[in-house]
Each structure stands twice: as C-alpha cells, then as structure tokens.
Write a protein that binds this ligand. Structure first.
Ligand SMILES: COC[C@H](NCc1c(COP(=O)(O)O)cnc(C)c1O)C(=O)O
Length: 321
C-alpha cells in the first residue's frame, strides 16, 4: 500500500539560523525526506490509491513523475513518465531506477502533458496530473494536519511559506489549513521570475499563460497556474501574499540551506527559502503585510530530486553567483 503519510510527525524541525534571521521560531517541514524526494508523494500517492488502475502516466519535469513512479512501483502497476527535454539526465535516470518508462517529449511541461494525455487515452492508463486535482490537494493537506499534531494544542503558525509551480502545493496547504481550522494563517507564496504564472494571474486578476519558462527553477515550470489556486487568491477569507525572487536569490538560498542545514534541495525549493534568506519576510513585516510580532513561521521544504553537486555547480556558473 502506498501511504501519503510516510513520515508521520517526524519531519518538523526548528531552524536556528533562520529563526535568528526572522526573529521568530522557523519550523521546517522537511518534505525532501519523503521517499520520492519531495512532498508530491502525498497527493500523488493518495490519488493513485483512490483510482485503482492498471497503469499510470504522468507528465512531469521531475518530482511529480518521481512520485507517480514510486506510487506505481509500490502498487505493482507500470508507470510511464513523460518529461520535457529541459529535464536533466539525472531525473531520467532516477525515474528509470524507480522502474518507470520515460518518454522525452517537447520543450516544456505543457508539451509533455499533451503527450501524457494522449497516452492515457490510447493506452487506457490513469493520467496523474502533477498539480491540478482535488485528490492531490487532499493528500498534500496531510502536511498541515501533521504540523498541527506536532505543534500541539493551542499553537499555530504565524505564517506558512511555500513555493508555487502549478499551484497544487498551495491548494493542498490551503486544504490542510481548512481541515485544522487555520484559514486565518497568512500564506507567503513564492515563485522565481520566469516561472511566475501565479503572480502574473494575481496581478492581472485573471489566469495568465506565460509565453515561456525562463527561470532555472524548471520544476516550478507550469505556464498557467491551476484555476483553484487563482480562485483562492481572490477569496477574502484567505491571505495569500504572492512574491517573486530571482534565480540568483533562489540559488543563493539553496547554497545557504545546504551550508546551514546540511540538506541539498532544488531551485524550486530555494524560491521559498529565499524569502527568509533574502530578507523578504522582514520586508513584508515592515510593510505591514505580516505582523511585526510574527508567530512561528512554517516553511514547507518541498525538496526535489533534480539536484546534485554537479547540477549545483553548473547552476552557479550559469547564473554567475
Ligand atoms: C509544474 O509542476 C512541476 C512539478 N513540480 C512542482 C514542485 C513545486 C511546486 O508545486 P506545484 O505548485 O506545481 O504543486 C515545488 N517544489 C518542488 C520540488 C516541485 O517539484 C513536477 O515535478 O512536475
């Protein structure tokens, strides 16, 4: 059986370095330690368990594919993962190591997704969406119920910090906040410039499709955010603060996190961490968007498998940091 609660209460730790920077306790929900390498297994494992299938197909720049491959292997069914040509060979290898068949199609995620939908149709496979499905959001929401159990009665975060690609993590966290009665907790939703489909939608007041993904945080690379995430951004009961960082800031955050917490995460995760390391959280407090006396900051360390020291070195040269 695939469990989307594989890590139980274990992975909530306080970061000394970040707490000092922010001036309040910073809790890290360490989703990088999930068996598929990111938080994705929660929602995708949950979806695959609900939709008993003879085989799955998923289009993913990496981590959703890893989660679908892992879930399929645990359920004893075949998995076909369609990845865009922008996915590093490291990801292709890791997907194959999970026993998946990998198909490389198109330049960005949207092209790979069209092929995955076609395969689902022609081969009778279960299409696993990487971010846009209520069962995904239900599974991801288990993160928050675990945090509530870890923090104990009467303690809740002053804010939640996360990154946005297609918006599945955001919708999952909101689902979890609703489940535990924390909808008054503000969410800081981070993207990198060049993978900023949510920020573009919030600013335009409607869904926006980016022309291309120009950020190196390829796993944030959906050109259009899911409708549900945009609808939540327009909902008065929720406080979602959409902010951007540069690739350089995200990379600097990955390096700082590696040095301070001894954990290597992807640029997609660096986008969220950069809100702390770049002083953005402090700025939001100075601007009155977050309370000056901020309760504990909960950071979703979303993880990601498409990174190793070689990738990190290549990114440093490419971004000249
Ligand atoms: C395009 O969505 C791409 C998706 N990754 C998404 C992703 C996110 C953002 O999650 P989302 O907002 O897409 O649910 C954050 N952090 C990490 C490490 C991720 O891999 C994928 O793997 O196919």
């Amino acid at each position: 059986m695939v469990s989307s609660h594989v890590n139980g209460l274990g992975c909530l730790s306080a970061s000394v370095g970040m707490s000092k920077l922010v001036g309040t306790t910073v809790y890290l929900k360490m989703e990088n330690s999930q068996p598929s390498g990111s938080f994705k297994i929660r929602g995708i494992g949950h979806l695959c368990q609900q939709v008993r299938s003879k085989g799955v197909v998923c289009a993913s720049g990496g981590n959703a594919g890893m989660a679908a491959a892992y879930a399929a292997r645990k359920m004893g069914v075949p998995a076909t993962i369609v990845v865009p040509s922008s996915s590093p060979q490291l990801v292709v290898q890791r997907l194959q190591d999970q026993g998946a068949t990998v198909k490389i199609t198109g330049k960005v995620w949207d092209d790979a997704n069209a092929e995955a939908l076609r395969l689902a149709e022609t081969e009778g496979l279960t299409y696993v969406p990487p971010f846009d499905h209520p069962l995904l959001w239900q599974g991801h929401g288990s993160m928050i119920t675990e945090v509530a159990a870890s923090l104990g009665p009467g303690v809740k975060p002053g804010a939640v910090l996360l990154s946005v690609g297609g918006g599945g993590l955001l919708c999952g966290v909101i689902q979890g906040l609703k489940d535990v009665g924390w909808t008054d907790v503000p969410i800081v939703a981070m993207e990198t410039v060049g993978a900023h489909c949510f920020n573009a939608a919030v600013k335009a007041g409607r869904l926006v499709t980016l022309d291309d993904i120009t950020s190196e945080a390829k796993c944030l690379g959906a050109k259009t955010v899911c409708k549900k995430a945009f609808e939540y951004s327009q909902c008065n009961e929720l406080t979602i603060i959409s902010e951007l960082v540069t690739d350089q800031q995200a990379l600097h955050a990955v390096q700082t996190f590696l040095d301070e917490e001894r954990v290597l995460v992807e640029m997609a995760c660096g986008a969220a961490l950069a809100a702390v390391y770049s002083g953005l959280i402090r700025r939001l407090q100075d601007e009155g968007l977050l309370p000056t006396l901020l309760g504990p900051l909960l950071v979703i360390v979303c993880g990601g498998s498409s990174v190793d020291m070689e990738q990190l070195t290549n990114l440093k040269h490419k971004l000249q940091t």
